[in-house]
Ligand binder design. Structure first.
Ligand SMILES: C[S@@+](CC[C@H](N)C(=O)[O-])C[C@H]1O[C@@H](n2cnc3c(N)ncnc32)[C@H](O)[C@@H]1O
Length: 316
């Protein structure tokens, strides 16, 4: 194994400015708990790293196979591999991965990614393939998510009828269709071109398939979203990228990601977000008591006294 010098080292991670296959070849077999990849999609985009993103289909798939096999090799038994790509590419790549790993899920992530194309359906989903090495994952704790509510009044979009008391106060089960991943548009969080993934997406993947102290690998660093999610949640990480400038800059200002992640964490593993509860309060829509949501203290809800909340948590 050759020794490589990282361009960035943190208490938990190492980033190499080098080709991902070379970097992965320097890693020991079966040492990684979670491997995630978001490669270029071969759409003819310009990357600051100057890669050719316009290969023939066969060459693109051969290239993908070369780094995927390295990801498979370094994955521990029970480790998880996630592959983010267009459905067009994840179809053949998933079929190839099935020869080495166990298929768990094809997660559909609802994000519009281009303009409508004449004579075609409007492309509006990315594919996130989820495989494990061996029969089952060693680590699996999916987030629970809030129930969808009206952006204006905070009322539930789904009617749970008489089942409200059966709802888990920690939120609804995560499904394999994710409709709550925002495009990265906000100037504060947009690190570079259109390629950065949302921190919310990477936090979800990292917390589902790794624990603090686990080792996370992402061969295609881009703006470093995976590494930020790993670093801020106590995972060890290894990354590679041909042009690491955006990642180095991001880690210089990691406090921005820390505060963004705090917001993300406040809005998961809860049946109603604070924002939706505030909207309900404003629009006078009391939250039915059957939901078994723990009552906030006066300090939590900014009320001057606990009596002020009686309207908010109405009797059934
Ligand atoms: C789609 S972007 C990844 C974006 C990343 N997930 C994020 O959230 O910022 C793909 C990245 O792979 C990098 N890349 C392409 N070929 C590579 C290679 N052979 N080794 C390492 N990185 C490579 C490109 O420079 C590009 O930044």
């Amino acid at each position: 194994m050759m020794t490589m010098i990282p361009i960035l080292e943190t208490p938990l991670g190492r980033l190499y400015e080098a080709d991902c296959v070379t970097v992965m070849k320097s890693l020991e077999t079966e040492t990684v708990d979670l491997a995630f990849a978001d490669p270029p999609f071969n759409l003819g985009k310009e990357y600051t790293s100057g890669i050719n993103d316009d290969l023939s289909e066969d060459r693109y798939l051969d290239w993908c196979q070369a780094w995927l096999l390295e990801m498979v090799r370094v994955l521990k038994p029970g480790g998880s591999l996630f592959l983010w790509n267009l459905p067009k590419w994840n179809l053949p790549l998933g079929s190839m991965l099935r020869e080495h790993l166990t298929f768990r899920h094809w997660i559909t992530v609802d994000i519009k990614y281009s303009l409508p194309i004449p004579q075609r359906l409007y492309p509006s989903n990315y594919s996130l393939l989820y495989f494990v090495k061996g029969a089952r994952p060693a680590i699996f704790h999916p987030d629970r998510i809030p129930t969808p509510c009206c952006r204006h009044c905070g009322g539930e979009l789904r009617d749970y009828g008489g089942y409200k008391s059966k709802m888990n106060p920690l939120g609804v089960n995560l499904s394999d269709v994710w409709t709550d991943i925002p495009p990265v548009r906000h100037a504060k969080y947009k690190r570079r071109g259109a390629n950065a993934l949302a921190l919310k997406l990477m936090d979800r993947v990292v917390s589902m398939a790794s624990d603090p102290g686990s080792l996370v690998l992402d061969p295609f660093g881009g703006s470093g979203t995976t590494y930020a999610a790993a670093e801020l949640t106590g995972r060890r990480w290894i990354g590679s990228e041909l042009d690491c400038s955006a990642i180095v800059e991001r880690f210089d200002r990691l406090e921005d990601d820390r505060s963004h992640l705090k917001e993300i964490h406040q809005n998961k593993n809860t049946l109603f977000t604070e924002t939706d509860l505030a909207r309900r309060r404003k629009s006078g829509k009391p939250l039915p008591k059957e939901y078994r949501i723990p009552q906030p203290t006066a300090a939590d809800c900014g009320c001057s006294s606990l009596d002020d909340q009686s309207d908010f948590f109405a009797a059934g």
